[in-house]
Ligand binder design. Structure first.
Ligand code: NAD
Ligand code: MG
Length: 392
C-alpha cells in the first residue's frame, strides 16, 4: 500500500519528437502545449533548422536534442547546454536517443526514407510509436510491423486516413474488415486534362487545396503518390491484402476514411481537416482529449461528393498499387525513385509528369528481391537512388 506521502506514479507520457521542426512536429508541439498534464517533451530532433530547434527547446525544456547536420552542432550546443539540455549531432545519435529510459512514446515525424532507421530503433527499444513517417512502412512494412509485434510495440497512425481507420476500429478489434476506403482530396490538379498536367509548375503543385504540409508530401499529394504510399502504409498497419484497399476521391476532405466490415456495415470518421486531431489521438490513445479545434458545420458543407481516382493522368497511383502487389523490395524502389524525382522536380530538373516517368524507369531497372532483409533494403534504396539520378 503506498503511503499517502508517496508520489503517485506519473501518468504523464514522455514524448520524443523526431522531426520537431517540420509541419507535423510543430503541430505536435501545439498539441503538447495545450495538454501540460498529459505530455512532457523529452527529446526533440531536427535536420538543419537549428534556430527553430533552439527556440522549441527553450520553450519545452527537453532532456536531450539531436541536430542531424553536424555543422550546426556548435550553435545548438552553445544555446542549450547552459539550460541543462543535452545536445547530440548526427544521424547515429537519433537511434540512440530513442532508446532513452525516460521515454514512453516516439513520434516519428521525419520525412522520407531518412526516418526508417530511427523508427526501427525506437521499436527495438520497446517504445510506443506514433507514426507520421509513412515512408517507413512503404519501404519496409513487413519488417517494421513484425518487429513491432515481437517487441509488443503499438504503432499508432498519425496520417489522417489511417487515424480515421484506427478510430473506426476502436471496439471492433475482433471483427473482420472486408475492405477499407482511403479518401483522397484529389490534390490541386483534380479534374485537369493531360495538357494542363503537362505544363504544371512547381508553384502550382506546392499549393494544396485543403492541407498545409511539408514540401515533399505536398508534391506527393499533387501527383497522387501520397495516396499510393498511404495504400501501402494501410496494408501493413491493418494487416490487409492489397485487394482489400480502395481509394475514393472526396474533394472536401471531411470524411477521412472508411472501414467496411464483413456484414457490409461501414464506419467513417469525419471532421474538419486538421492534422492536430490525428496527432492528438495517436499521442493520447486510448484517451480522447478535449480540444478547441474548430468544429464541423454541416450547413457549410451541403454536399460531400465522391469520385473515381484518375489513374490515367496520375500514373503514380497505379505505379504504387503495382509495387505493392509485386511485394518484396518493389515499394522500397518506388519510394527511393519518388524521393529523387520529387526533389528533382522541386529544383526544376524534371517536369511534373516526369515524376512518374522517372519512377517507372527505376522500377524496371533496379534489382528485385522477394524477401529482403534490412541490409537489402538499405542497398536497394541506395541502388534505386543511383539509377534515378542517371535520369535527372
Ligand atoms: P517537413 O518537411 O515539414 O518536416 C520534416 C522534419 O524532418 C523536419 O523537422 C526536418 O528537420 C526533419 N528531417 C528532414 N530530413 C531529415 C533527415 N535526413 N534526417 C533527420 N531529420 C530530417 O515534413 P512533414 O510534412 O512534417 O512530414 C513528416 C512526415 O509526416 C512525412 O513522412 C509525411 O509523409 C508525414 N505526414 C505529414 C502530414 C502533414 O500534414 N504534414 C500528414 C500526414 C503524414
Ligand atoms: Mg494522409
Amino acid at each position: 500500500m503506498p503511503e499517502p506521502s508517496d508520489p503517485q506514479p506519473s501518468s504523464i507520457k514522455h514524448i520524443a519528437i523526431l522531426g520537431s521542426t517540420g509541419s507535423i512536429g510543430t503541430q505536435a508541439l501545439e498539441v503538447i502545449a495545450a495538454h501540460p498534464g498529459e505530455f512532457a517533451v523529452e527529446v526533440l530532433t531536427a535536420n538543419g533548422n537549428a534556430d527553430l530547434l533552439i527556440q522549441q527547446s527553450l520553450k519545452f525544456h527537453p532532456n536531450a536534442v539531436v541536430i542531424t547536420e553536424k555543422s550546426k552542432y556548435q550553435q545548438v550546443k552553445d544555446a542549450l547546454l547552459p539550460h541543462d539540455i543535452k545536445v547530440y549531432a548526427g544521424e547515429e545519435a537519433l537511434a540512440q536517443v530513442v532508446a532513452m529510459d525516460t521515454l514512453d512514446t516516439v513520434l516519428a515525424a521525419i520525412v522520407g526514407y531518412a526516418g526508417l532507421a530511427s523508427t526501427l530503433a525506437a521499436i527495438e527499444a520497446g517504445k510506443q510509436v506514433a507514426l507520421a513517417n509513412k515512408e517507413t512502412l512503404v519501404v519496409a512494412g513487413e519488417l517494421v510491423t513484425s518487429l513491432a509485434r515481437q517487441k509488443a510495440v503499438n504503432i499508432y497512425p498519425v496520417d489522417s486516413e489511417h487515424s480515421a481507420i484506427f478510430q473506426c476500429l476502436a471496439g471492433e478489434w475482433d471483427n473482420k474488415i472486408e475492405k477499407i476506403y482511403l479518401t483522397a482530396s484529389g490534390g490541386p490538379f483534380r479534374g485537369k486534362d493531360k495538357n494542363f498536367i503537362n505544363n504544371v509548375t512547381k508553384e502550382q503543385a506546392l499549393k494544396h487545396p485543403n492541407w498545409e504540409m511539408g514540401a515533399k508530401i505536398t508534391i506527393d499529394s499533387a501527383t497522387l503518390m501520397n495516396k499510393g504510399l498511404e495504400v501501402i502504409e494501410a496494408r501493413w498497419l491493418f494487416n490487409l491484402k492489397p485487394e482489400q484497399i480502395d481509394v475514393i476521391v472526396h474533394p472536401q476532405s471531411i470524411i477521412h476514411s472508411i472501414v467496411q466490415f464483413v456484414d457490409g456495415s461501414m464506419k467513417a470518421q469525419m471532421g474538419l481537416p486538421d492534422m492536430k486531431l490525428p496527432i492528438q489521438y495517436a499521442l493520447g490513445f486510448p484517451k480522447r482529449l478535449p480540444s478547441s479545434f474548430p468544429r464541423f458545420d454541416f450547413l457549410k458543407y451541403p454536399s460531400l461528393t465522391f469520385e473515381k481516382a484518375d489513374m490515367e493522368n496520375f500514373p503514380c497511383l497505379p505505379l504504387a498499387f503495382e509495387a505493392m502487389k509485386r511485394g518484396g523490395n518493389a515499394p522500397c524502389i518506388l519510394n527511393a525513385a519518388n524521393e529523387i524525382a520529387v526533389s528533382a522536380f522541386l529544383s526544376d530538373k524534371i517536369s511534373f509528369i516526369g515524376i512518374p516517368g522517372l519512377i517507372e524507369k527505376v522500377l524496371a531497372k533496379a534489382s528485385f528481391m522477394a524477401k529482403p532483409t534490412y541490409t537489402d533494403y538499405v542497398n536497394s534504396d541506395k541502388e534505386s537512388r543511383e539509377i534515378a539520378k542517371e535520369y535527372v
